[in-house]
Ligand binder design. Structure first.
Ligand code: SF4
Length: 121
């Protein structure tokens, strides 16, 4: 066998070996087809619910945001309240309090902040 033939045979064997490794890697990595995260999810697990009406569940930053906007439960301007503000989100079947689009936590119908926006406009 000449040197050229030996080299050609070596290259063919090396190519076959790396091809085999590639196939083993692809087949071995297939698993059951489900994303890995999906395996960890419990089908009966309900998502954690945070009560939007509980001030105690707010983070320090969320509380500071309420304060920074000047929110108060009693308006200093009787004609400007959360009730007639366009940013007010009324209570509903899943949320027993009114809330605001600007920050988390409950707001009172008679509340107010410096971002009051007339609902009628
Ligand atoms: Fe109340 Fe201010 Fe929110 Fe309007 S923007 S609903 S006034 S907290």
């Amino acid at each position: 066998m000449t040197d050229t033939c030996k080299r050609r045979k070596f290259i063919q064997q090396a190519f076959q070996f790396t091809s085999l490794l590639g196939i083993i890697t692809v087949v071995g990595g297939c698993g059951d087809g489900a994303p890995k995260e999906a395996k960890d999810v419990q089908p009966d697990a309900a998502p954690a619910q945070v009560n939007p009406c509980n001030l105690e569940t707010l983070t320090e930053q969320e509380s500071k945001q309420r304060d920074a906007l000047g929110y108060t439960d009693e308006t200093p301007i009787p004609e400007q309240t959360c009730e007639n503000c366009k940013l007010y989100i009324p209570e509903n079947d899943t949320k027993p309090c009114g809330t605001c689009t600007l920050f988390k936590g409950p707001v009172a119908l008679g509340g107010y902040c410096t971002y009051w926006a007339d609902r009628a406009v």
